[in-house]
Design a protein around this ligand. Sequence first.
Ligand code: ATP
Ligand code: MG
Length: 670
Amino acid sequence: MSYARDVTGPLGKGDVVSNESLANLLKEERRFAPPADLAEQANVTAEAYEQAKADRLGFWAEQARRLSWETEPTQTLDWSNPPFAKWFADGRLNVAYNCVDRHVENGLGDRVALHFEGEPGDTRSLTYADLQREVCKAANALVELGVRAGDRVAIYLPMIPEAVVAMLACARIGAPHSVVFGGFSADALATRIEDADARVVITADGGFRRGKPSALKPAVDEALTRPGTEKVRNVLVVRRTGQEDVAWQEGRDLWWHEFVGRQSEQHTPQAFDAEHPLFILYTSGTTGKPKGILHTSGGYLTQISYTHHAVFDLKPESDVFWCTADVGWVTGHSYIVYGPLSNGATEVLYEGTPDTPHQGRWWEIVQKYGVTVLYTAPTAIRAAMKWGDDIPAKFDLSSLRLLGSVGEPINPEAWIWYRKHIGADRTPVVDTWWQTETGGIMISPLPGVTAAKPGSAQVPLPGIAATVVDDEAREVPNGSGGYLVLTEPWPSMLRTIWGDDQRYLDTYWSRFEGRYFAGDGAKKDEDGDIWLLGRVDDVMLVSGHNISTTEVESALVSHPKVAEAAVVGATDPQTTQAICAFVILRKGSAEGEGLVEELRAHVAKQLGPIAKPKRILPVAELPKTRSGKIMRRLLRDVAENRALGDVTTLTDSSVMELIQSKLPAAPSED
Ligand code: ATP
Ligand code: MG
């Protein structure tokens, strides 16, 4: 694929795309300078870039001192066997101690760690002292079940405090956890239990979702009938919904409130090597079979703690942080559990969906807890746009001082909407690029430093080295596109794919010698700022031109009637691929006559005639992974009239039936 050479776009000098609306956004006046008060008191200033540039490893060694080590590391990076990195290898620490006990020892035991908000409206606040007691009890329970350092524990829970407690209890005893999203099927759970060779499963009777209890335990029971899961000795079951019909296998199944409940509140944490495995997490599976990404302890916690401090400018005494991700994906691991808690933050944990019992639920929560920093995904922002501006307007969101985005490229339209309608046209927005594999944030503005450009993740953080290269691994000049690569190892990098070093080498390190290839396309603008263009697999080839799905989607969403768009290239006899768009309309926009033509013309005007979609199909929903990402490969299957590929990571498979049933015949040529 000649992606790198041909890609052009809002900032490219190429022939295909001349995107006026995006170009306008990038004019000086559409940059958003950090608010003066925030900049003055920012945790991290521009100096950090200089410092890290002068001595990258020294910079990370300094960040490692944010943590409490039982044995301080004297080594920083061991890269003698690339790409198998060791960070801080002679240091020893306990991750849970760093997230809980040390705050209590520092006199912060009464500070709230978690404000839990259940979907039905029940609430619970846990202070750091509470959290310490709960984590100790759970750690003692796991030890009683025979779990030893190095044994794997699968966690399959709703978004309740026990999910956080269970993860920290595993970390405390050195048992790597594998959290499986609570919405996954028995099959998906079984393959993950088998792959990680888990000995214990921690689950719940169920959780609340869309106003109803939704059972979880039956999926565990079913998963444990599958071959490969026989080594699971025990299932610990949290009682959340109080359903009466919970099937029980005596000897194997234990109620959390009984078994954990009767444990001692004392547990002495033991230190582990910095490279001791902390967790395995399976990627969300947008591109294919999920990969078991392995993260270890000291380097991971160093980068997560630092990035949470730097990117969210977190002031633990006064901020109320809320990351809306699920603990079942990496954002929940890093920015619900390990980042905020290692920094002694107060945060919100919400169990349910944003529209239960009404579409203002999130904004009500922001108002109720005085949330100051909100971290969410573009998919949620676009859903809020679709529901209408009047909904957030009903709530007092004035506590918010910083907004973040992660998970997909955020189109400028959604970025601006987010800042305006949630951030009162005042708060910085940080668009953070990273992956399960990177463990923590890699590319992002710094809120007190960077003049933000809507739609761009902009610059690698201090201590991070990233660039954009062409097919031949040459760095592209400013104004050109290509492949995003990371050029130096970083502390929270994945160490391997669990049980498959070869797949680790092949997937990430074989495309460009000595560089990590992330799988994403990107462009550097004239200032050298990085714009993510979506996955390389998603780039379309139309009449000899490579066109990024992200850019066509952004053009569609910049039309006032469109809330969300997914674009794929479908095989086409004339043009190699034809652009096929699926759009969700904004509230109040009817599907009427002429809409499709209007949208096609709009894209042609924005991006040039070559980028005009051949087909546009208004739909009610788009197929998404459980982490809210659009699964373009399924839409490609639909557009090419193929049987659907692997749908196990899809949120709701009925969405695909709906889309398939609506698919009209291709329009005639212009
Ligand atoms: P799989 O690797 O199994 O296909 P996945 O890549 O969706 O699944 P994640 O690790 O959760 O799993 O997602 C990381 C990807 O999300 C990145 O590679 C990138 O494509 C996208 N992404 C995340 N944040 C951003 C962002 N701020 N801007 C653009 N893209 C982003
Ligand atoms: Mg990925």
